[in-house]
Design a protein around this ligand. Structure first.
Ligand code: MG
Length: 158
């Protein structure tokens, strides 16, 4: 039986931090604040695959109180999550994600994000879709105060 999981995350945008989304560093004067590299897209994908496998969540496996995960490369955490999912007896069928960010536009980086996320999951880029939208000037995303991401993952028994 296939299983579905959902992941959601948000981080504040602040000066003096790198902007990393889906493992890709973007040119920006502001970046995401967090204990790890704060890659909001990768965090949503991690929660989607862990959730689909019934393996709790990102905070359980990679607590932000643990100095080990300070400035952690979230792609490495996704690789570890993929190992946990495989260990639990599942293979990822596909992932679909949406990044919510006012600026910069990520369109030209989407292919690279798909590639990086797919590689971490042991998948083809065709199995990992990345979309982007803005907040249309409304809410915290729209005001440029932060970024958010949502993802869904489908698994089948391996
Ligand atoms: Mg996060």
């Amino acid at each position: 039986m296939n299983r579905t999981g959902i992941g959601w995350d948000s981080h504040r945008l602040v000066a003096g931090r790198p902007l990393v989304l889906g493992g890709v560093r973007l040119e920006s004067e502001v970046g995401l604040e967090g204990h790890s590299d704060a890659d909001v897209l990768t965090h949503a994908v991690i929660d989607a695959v862990l959730g689909a496998a019934g393996l709790d969540d990102i905070g359980t496996h990679f607590p932000d109180t643990d100095p080990k995960f300070k400035d952690a490369d979230s792609i490495a955490l996704l690789e570890e999550s993929a190992r946990l999912v495989a260990q639990a007896g599942f293979a990822v069928v596909n992932v679909d994600a949406t990044v919510m960010l006012e600026a910069p536009k990520i369109g030209s980086h989407r292919a690279q994000m798909r590639e990086r996320l797919a590689t971490a999951l042991g998948l083809e880029p065709s199995q990992v879709n990345v979309k982007a939208t803005t907040g249309e000037g409304m809410d915290a995303v729209g005001r440029g105060e932060g970024a958010a991401a949502i993802a869904v993952a489908t698994l089948h028994p391996s």
